[in-house]
Each structure stands twice: as structure tokens, then as C-alpha cells.
Write a protein that binds this ligand. Structure first.
Ligand SMILES: NC(=O)c1ccc[n+]([C@@H]2O[C@H](COP(=O)([O-])OP(=O)(O)OC[C@H]3O[C@@H](n4cnc5c(N)ncnc54)[C@H](OP(=O)(O)O)[C@@H]3O)[C@@H](O)[C@H]2O)c1
Length: 433
């Protein structure tokens, strides 16, 4: 029997694209690839911006600087988009899907922005749209949620899904260094971009939370703003306090059920107990922790970035799309659960850690405590440390409603004896974030 041929076009030959093309042409893996795809895979074109750049491992004859022409090729079966950004990537993907060409992408920003519409477009045209590498790089979490856990009621998904911020916070924890010093080191090592905003202000993590949530709960992917707080306000004194209290600080992406029809999605730094499985995820590693009603806790751990690990996830999608194509079928998109409503951030309850710098004078503690009391935020523990004329007060609250904590902080900032408000971090304790 003749082995069917599946023709693949790749847009982007950067870290991930070039690793993918090399994986697809690895002679030693051809039998396994044909077996998984039920077809032989031929790369028919690779679109880049600069065709003159040397690209080891990629046949120069495949290069083109016209991605739209590649997406519109008559004989194309699968388009792999590995350029990134919203436009023009969206235009190329839509062009392919409109013609029934399946699409594989690693583009989290685009999927968070308009994933529901693209998935619908794919479905209407009998094509697949896969994006495993968009969350957790090489970690196969999306397909696990979509298939292995398809019948499970998931209560919460919580992940360390940004390697840059995990590298920074891990270094601050292990070396006691300041945020700015570690950021500079991360930039020098290539772990952080020259403009680190997308990572340190949690835009990247927020996009990934939206994708995880869509598969775990059935929320839409349509560019909705979710709660997002970055790590720039985390100081070494907060890391130190967390350590003494038996916690570590991590940037978490969280999506969880609130009651029967509520959902909370957010990306923010949080203190997690040192014995929580996520606490031992260090450096640039990623992990996703899933709590299912019947399955109990599950965790996936792996390389959240890097050309080869990420390309491995892309390759899995290409092989799946190829197999579907040979079989004349496509996967149906995830269902949207219309009953779910987004619970406003202020309504969510959590334990909080709040640090404030005050004048070291009589009566300060009483006035600070009365502000907490006014807003019904009860204090679980307090630590005072003095330095010169000033003192730092570090509070851990009992579980409190976020808007009450926000009001407390606003009023604390108005007190004459308060110099500055430091970090305000959620504490994950006993299952409540
Ligand atoms: N790198 C990772 O570890 C990682 C992990 C998970 C997901 N991702 C995602 O994977 C995608 C690719 O990431 P990457 O790190 O491989 O990016 P990259 O190294 O910056 O490579 C981007 C590639 O796309 C090409 N390109 C960009 N705009 C183009 C355009 N308008 N027309 C034609 N070619 C264009 C570039 O061409 P030139 O080479 O000519 O500049 C380059 O080859 C992104 O969506 C990213 O978010 C990456």
C-alpha cells in the first residue's frame, strides 16, 4: 500500500520553527513519524522575514518571504504558524482555515485573543486547529485536558507557566537578591527579553490561564481581560518573610470554579506552602497542577520554553492533524459552557500577606489594626521588624474578600504614620488561593 503524503508549510524558522523542521527531517525518526501520522510528512515551504540569514538544517530552496502565498498553496495540508504576534499571524491562519487547511500554532497571544472564533472557523471548514505548545512549551497539558480528563469535573487549574518570572523568583529565593539585579542577570543569560513587560507584568501568564481555562471549564477565548498582577512589586524582604513562614513566592496562573456557575481566572504572584508540589518547580521550568473531583491532584512538569522542547509539542500536533487528514476527519472544538460567569476579582476570598513600612512611634499599630477592623479583615498573624525610625509590619490575614483587602490598603495608605505599602500577595493555604 502506498503511504499517503501530507504537505506542511511552516511560517517562522526561529527557535521553534527551525527545531521543528529539523525534527521532521530527522532520518532516524522517520519510521516513528510515519507510524504516528499514518503518512509521510513533507515540508514544502518555510516562510521567514529574511531569506538571506543562514539557517542550518533547513534546505535554502524551501525558504520564502511570502507567508500568505505559502498559506494559500493549493497542495497544502497543514500550516504551522511559528512567527508569533496577533497580526499578520491571524491573517495567515484564517487564509489556511478558510480553505480547509489544518493549522498548528504555538501562539498563545493569538489564541487568547480569538481562539474561539478560529476554532469555529476550523470546524466549519473541516480542519483542525491545534496549539499544544501555546501553554507550557514542551508539556503536553492541553491534550491531556482535552482527552484524558475530558470526562472529569475539574475544580482548579494552577500553573507556573512563565519561565522568566519563575527564574527571577527562584533566584530571589535562593540567593536573597533584589528583583532588579536578578532581572538584569536573566536578561544577560537570555531568559528575559530586553523589554520584559509581557513576562514580568503577567500578560503571558494571563493568556495561558485563558487557554487552560477554556479546555478545563469551557470558557471562551475572545480577548477578555482577566485579573493580572506582575512580580515587579515583590521585594527580597517579602521573599524572606515567606521563607520564614514556610512559603515560597511564585507567579501563578489560576483558573478555578467559584460555586456552581462561577469561574475565576487570574495571574498573580502568590505565597504557596513549601510542601506544595508547585513550590519545588525552580528556574525556567514550568508546571501545571490540576485538581479534579474524582482524579484528585495531578501535576505536569517540564520545559516551558526552548526550541526543541516546544517543537516536540508542535510536532505532536502536526502528527495528529496529519492522521486526522488521512482519515478524512477533524477534532471538534472545545465546547463553550454558556452558564459560566466570570466572578469579579473583588468578590474572591483569599488569605493575604500585606507588608507596610510605618513610622516607629507609639500608637501606630493600634491605628493600623483599626483600619483592618473597619473593613472586616481579620489578622491571623503579625510580625514587626524595626530599622531606625521606621518599622516594617508584615500581616497575614484570615480568609478575606479581596475588595475588603483592597479598601484596607487604600485606607492604610492615607494614614500619616504609614510611609509606604509594600507587597500584597495572596496566600495559598488549605486549597484556597
Ligand atoms: N521560543 C520558545 O521557547 C517558545 C515557547 C512556547 C511558545 N513559543 C511561541 O512560538 C512562536 C515562535 O517563537 P520563537 O521563539 O521561535 O520566535 P522567533 O525565534 O522570534 O522566530 C520567529 C520566526 O518567525 C519569522 N517571522 C516573524 N514575523 C514574520 C513575518 N511577518 N513573515 C515571515 N516570517 C516571520 C522570523 O523570521 P526571521 O528569522 O527572518 O526574523 C523568525 O524566523 C511564538 O508564537 C512564541 O510565542 C515559543
Amino acid at each position: 500500500m502506498n503511504t499517503p503524503k501530507i504537505r506542511v508549510g511552516v511560517i517562522g524558522a526561529g527557535f521553534v520553527g527551525s527545531a521543528l523542521v529539523q525534527l521532521l527531517s530527522d532520518e532516524s525518526r522517520q519510521i516513528a513519524l510515519v507510524d504516528a501520522a499514518t503518512a509521510s510528512i513533507e515540508v514544502v515551504g518555510v516562510a521567514v522575514r529574511d531569506a538571506q540569514k543562514p539557517r542550518p538544517g533547513i534546505d535554502a530552496g524551501l525558504l520564502t518571504t511570502d507567508p500568505l502565498e505559502l498559506a494559500n498553496r493549493e497542495d497544502l495540508d497543514i500550516l504551522v504558524e511559528l512567527a508569533g504576534g496577533i497580526e499578520p499571524a491571524r491573517t495567515y491562519i484564517e487564509a489556511a482555515l478558510n480553505r480547509g487547511v489544518s493549522v498548528v500554532t504555538a501562539n498563545k497571544a493569538l489564541m487568547a485573543e480569538c481562539g474561539t472564533a478560529l476554532a469555529q472557523l476550523a470546524h466549519e471548514n473541516g480542519a483542525d486547529l491545534f496549539y499544544e505548545a501555546a501553554v507550557g512549551g514542551g508539556i503536553p497539558i492541553l491534550r491531556a485536558l482535552r482527552t484524558s480528563l475530558a470526562g472529569e469535573r475539574i475544580e482548579r487549574v494552577m500553573g507556573i507557566v512563565n519561565g522568566t518570572t519563575n527564574f527571577i523568583l527562584s533566584k530571589m529565593t535562593s540567593e536573597g537578591s533584589d528583583y532588579c539585579d536578578v532581572l538584569a542577570e536573566a536578561q544577560a543569560l537570555g531568559y528575559a527579553e530586553a523589554d520584559p513587560t509581557a513576562d514580568v507584568e503577567a500578560f503571558d501568564a494571563a493568556a495561558k490561564v485563558q487557554i487552560l481555562s477554556s479546555l478545563a471549564f469551557g470558557t471562551e477565548l475572545r480577548g477578555e481581560e482577566i485579573v493580572r498582577e506582575g512580580i515587579t512589586g515583590v521585594r527580597s524582604v517579602d521573599v524572606d518573610f515567606a521563607h520564614r513562614a514556610g512559603y515560597v513566592i511564585k507567579l501563578l496562573g489560576v483558573a478555578e470554579r467559584v460555586g456552581e456557575d462561577g469561574i475565576s481566572r487570574r495571574a498573580h504572584p502568590a505565597m504557596i506552602p513549601e510542601d506544595h508540589p508547585l513550590a519545588s518547580v525552580h528556574g525556567a521550568m514550568n508546571a501545571v497542577f490540576v485538581e479534579g473531583t474524582k482524579s484528585g491532584p495531578l501535576m505536569w512538569l517540564g520545559q516551558g520554553a526552548g526550541g526543541e522542547p516546544t517543537a516536540t509539542a508542535v510536532l505532536g500536533d502536526v502528527l495528529h492533524a496529519a492522521r486526522n487528514r488521512v482519515g478524512g476527519r477533524h477534532d471538534v472544538p472545545f465546547s463553550v459552557d454558556d452558564r459560566l460567569r466570570s466572578v469579579p476579582a473583588g468578590e474572591i476570598s483569599s488569605v493575604f500577606y500585606i507588608s507596610i513600612d510605618v513610622m516607629d512611634e507609639p500608637g501606630v499599630l493600634a491605628s493600623v489594626a483599626s483600619v483592618f477592623g473597619t473593613h472586616g479583615v481579620s489578622i491571623q498573624s503579625m510580625e514587626q521588624s524595626g530599622f531606625g525610625d521606621e518599622a516594617r509590619l508584615s500581616f497575614v490575614t484570615h480568609s478575606a474578600i479581596t475588595k475588603n483587602v483592597q479598601a484596607t490598603i487604600e485606607d492604610l495608605a492615607k494614614l500619616e504614620s504609614v510611609d509606604s505599602i509594600g507587597a500584597c500577595l495572596r496566600v495559598i493555604d488549605g486549597g484556597v488561593a
